[in-house]
Write a protein that binds this ligand. Sequence first.
Ligand SMILES: Cc1cc2nc3c(=O)[nH]c(=O)nc-3n(C[C@H](O)[C@H](O)[C@H](O)COP(=O)(O)OP(=O)(O)OC[C@H]3O[C@@H](n4cnc5c(N)ncnc54)[C@H](O)[C@@H]3O)c2cc1C
Length: 316
Amino acid sequence: MNRKNGKVAGKLYDVTVVGGGVAGLAAAMTAGRLGLQVLLLEETVFGGSVAVIERLEGYPGIEATGGWEFTQIMVKQAEAAGCLLRESIKVSGVRPQTNSQFAILCSGKERFQSRSVIVCSGGSPRALGLQEEERFARRGIHTCAQCAGGRYKGQDVAVAGNGSFAARAARHLLELGCRVFFITGDAQISADVQLVKELESRNGLDFMGRTHVTALLGDDFLQAVEVADLASGGTRKLAVAALFVFRSLVPNSELVEARRDAGGFLTVDTNGMTSLPGVFGAGRVVRPDLPVEVMVGDGCRSAIAAAAWLRKRVEP
Ligand SMILES: Cc1cc2nc3c(=O)[nH]c(=O)nc-3n(C[C@H](O)[C@H](O)[C@H](O)COP(=O)(O)OP(=O)(O)OC[C@H]3O[C@@H](n4cnc5c(N)ncnc54)[C@H](O)[C@@H]3O)c2cc1C
């Protein structure tokens, strides 16, 4: 078994996985189990966005579990499959070379050689694009209720956006005793039926359909938001201690020069290969946020495709 953070420079890897979220960990483990030499490079800590999810629900075959526990099992499985996993190393670029290899350029001037690459670098939450948003970041504006919700226990807060992650955030905030304004441009909450029923049966949820946030107000910390009605254009000020934003993602796709769609997501074929032969993409760098189980499957599938692609190159 390889050691975490061991010395790896100079060696040629079969597969280098960029990003240690669930898609990357699944890709690494699958490629390792197929007998490939795998290096995984993670900018921060293993687990990605799932590591901070308090309660992971709906994963087939697994009862509800914590995101941290779930991802740490994936780390162990990838290590047991012989993969070398490194944290705190940012990949700055993937460059094709003339000899059918890729140079993986990293922060701190480290570089690695690889015969194929699976990009699983995820994405960052898209901002609302309002004035003062940066100033209030983590001073009332957040993108993760499970991480920051605890400091607003029992207070009035708002969730902006829609979808199952926004709905789960609202539930979490209600469980913390908050009054929650659910601000969405849609006419209803869009999440699984059970969750919507649960939210509707709880006290403390103020659903504000067909509205959107137009201004952020406060001194050092957010104190209120201005909300506009999409139909009438009329505005209303809501005093809230925090706003949890759930919009689409900005994919971290810049590190590879491959084709992207209008939203910046890497475009891939049915095997997960990008327009750059030998470079695959998986997880939320190729598609908007979907549940963990989809991203895990995506990572596994790309690893299988990468192995087949490598095999064809040695056995034409
Ligand atoms: C607020 C929120 C709540 C969610 N709640 C749920 C939920 O309850 N249930 C559920 O099923 N799903 C949930 N999801 C979706 C889930 O988080 C995603 O499906 C999953 O995280 C996608 O995994 P990923 O590996 O593609 O990306 P990420 O988890 O984003 O992982 C990408 C990794 O790549 C690393 N990285 C980025 N750039 C580089 C680089 N240049 N070099 C090296 N490493 C890099 C990042 O540090 C990160 O660790 C939620 C998502 C959000 C945003």
